[in-house]
Design a protein around this ligand. Structure first.
Ligand code: PLP
Length: 389
């Protein structure tokens, strides 16, 4: 019988750390237990109707049925440019500074292929969204981890990066508002990143997937609000979280034309663009952003308050995150991420993600999501209170 060996690049991927919790979750469900899944970060609220209607209309137009070509339809790039100006006060050209993506994960994972050779390194936060690592490894690059520590507000300490490795670094991934820690950053930090990148000739890849999911009046900055950032940076945006469109696969990259252009060149050899009808729906989404966003932020704010106030009422001491739909919780002293996640599931039928699944420095934490109904969060707190003593 033929035997096929997987590629070295696949072998290099770290082991999938959520196997145990996935198995336990399935077992609990099979046993008929009422599992509250606070594991997966995927908006439970449907895509707004005006976006669905825009898709309906667009899909009936046969001109949307053909390849949309690399740069996508001009209307979508124009809508992005206008939204960016309204939201951040920044000009980005629809001609050569914007490239649509089949979800920002796609662009993030392909990004290292555009610039990284074997022997080059990428600076990656730890814990992090997994594609920063896998994209780097697929390109033959080396991952240099930047631990995100609570005492630094979960910001990487750029001065602490090992100097022996730094000369190999060609790219740095930054993600604020952050998944999984829910941390935010200020413009001072972004300026520090831009100065660091300029000095060392490093590309800054900013993942802004949660830039619009913010609370209590906080507005997340774009890296392009920093003078000179366009010399070194590319920023990844997604319609997934902002408009409850995770299944639609639509996002974009913007910034330095040479960096955006190199990513576009990789993509032109791999995919053939986003369905034009979805791009037209994306135009409707961005054009109506200001009317839509507050209603979803209101829902998340309420849920966040229910969960955090509830946990704090039983002495968990969790701060209210200013952004994202995640809550990053330190586990009790006698526990690891894995044993605590297991205890939550075994005793309270609650799924939380063990923090070490996002990288070594995530050890000691679990991540919970608020993408479930408020009543389920009330129930989760009740169960923790009653069953986890
Ligand atoms: C959800 C998420 C994304 C991207 O989602 P897409 O649906 O691929 O646009 C990117 N980065 C982080 C950190 C995320 O959590």
């Amino acid at each position: 019988m033929a035997k096929f060996e997987i590629s070295e690049r696949l072998k290099k991927l770290p082991p999938y750390l959520f196997v145990e919790i996935d198995k336990a979750k399935k077992k609990a469900r099979d046993e008929g237990r009422d599992v509250i899944d606070l594991g997966v970060g995927d908006p439970d609220i449907p895509t707004p109707n005006f976006i669905i209607e825009a898709l309906n209309k667009a899909v009936k137009d046969p001109s949307t049925h053909r390849y949309s070509l690399d740069q996508g339809i001009p209307e979508f790039r124009n809508a992005i440019s206008k939204w960016y100006k309204r939201r951040f006060g920044i000009d980005i050209s629809p001609e050569n500074e914007i490239h649509p993506l089949i979800g920002s994960k796609e662009g993030i994972a392909h990004m290292p292929l555009a610039f990284i050779n074997p022997g080059d390194a990428v600076l990656v936060p730890d814990p992090c969204y997994p594609p920063y690592r896998s994209g780097t490894l697929f390109a033959g690059g080396e991952v240099i981890s930047m631990p995100l520590k609570e005492e630094n507000g979960f910001l990487p300490d750029l001065k602490a990066i090992d100097h022996h490795n730094l000369h190999k670094a060609k790219m740095i991934f930054i993600n604020y508002p952050n998944n999984p820690t829910a941390a935010i950053c200020d413009k001072k930090f972004l300026k520090e990143v831009v100065d660091f990148a300029k000095k060392r000739n490093i590309i800054v890849a900013c993942d802004a997937a949660y830039s619009e999911i913010t609370f209590d009046g906080y507005k997340a900055p774009s890296i392009f609000e920093i003078d000179g950032a366009k010399d070194v940076a590319i920023e990844f945006h997604s319609l997934s979280k902002t408009f409850n469109m995770t299944g639609w696969r639509i996002g974009f990259a913007c910034g330095n034309p040479e960096i955006v252009g190199a990513l576009a060149k990789v993509k032109s050899n791999i995919d053939s663009g986003i369905f034009s009808a979805i791009q037209k729906a994306g135009v409707a989404a961005l054009d109506n952003y200001d009317k839509h966003i507050n209603s979803i932020l209101k829902v998340y704010t309420e849920r966040r308050d229910v969960l955090i106030d509830g946990l704090n009422s039983i002495d968990w001491k969790v701060d209210k995150p200013k952004a994202t739909f995640y809550v990053w919780i330190r586990v009790p002293a006698r526990h690891t991420s894995a044993t605590f996640a297991k205890e939550l599931l075994d005793k309270a039928d609650i799924v939380a993600t063990p923090g070490n699944g996002f990288g070594e420095s995530g050890e000691g934490y679990v991540r919970m999501v608020i993408t479930v109904d408020k009543s389920r969060l009330v129930e989760a707190v009740k169960r923790i209170k009653e069953r986890l003593k």
